[in-house]
Design a protein around this ligand. Sequence first.
Ligand SMILES: [Zn+2]
Length: 231
Amino acid sequence: MQPIDLPSPNHAARPADTPIDILVLHYTELPLAESLAILRDDARPQRVSAHYVLDLDGALYRLVPEERVAWHAGRSHWRGRDGLNATSIGIEIVNLHGDLHDYPSRQIAALIELCHEIVARHPAIVPRNVVGHSDIAPKRKIDPGRRFPWATLARSGIGLWPRGTCLKLEGDMQAALRRFGYPPAVDVATSDIVAAFQRRFRPSLVGGIADDETRMLLADLLDQVDALRPA
Ligand SMILES: [Zn+2]
């Protein structure tokens, strides 16, 4: 894809010898012009940015080169690591509220193409490391929202989706969520992390209760990541 370059001053150097291995998806919560203005503003008390902004019609804007750190994740955690800006790429997808508004198919088609290109450039971004902001910052963030089509992305090979098996989750829910990648229940309750998981993998019912279906979905996903693990 040929992005339109609109450089942002908000970026930093990557740490040395650390691969880019996480892809974080966001929604902007604001229309394109306002989003671009904020993500390119260096006078705000909290400067923010993202590598890419993807408009509703699939037009793509590049704000920060992938080899630099953009400031999109904030306080965040995945698979035992904090502060994920250093090792991630962030895409802001224009949508005013991903719980309320569907993502247009043109936008999602463009997103899938972009994700494939990013993963090809950074093979350390394995499927389980394609995450939503809500996965890595439970309770604090809800983007990309319940209407984000994770299943469509997974069918195209981007990220994971439960296969509909009826596996039984062994052991404690919190420990299993952590094994998949979710943060420990330190600043937030376990129910907040269960809700983040449901928001991503069972958006029809996000209550934070670790019911049988939730446990089954998590067992399926853990089985997938175990199978994907290199021998
Ligand atoms: Zn976000």
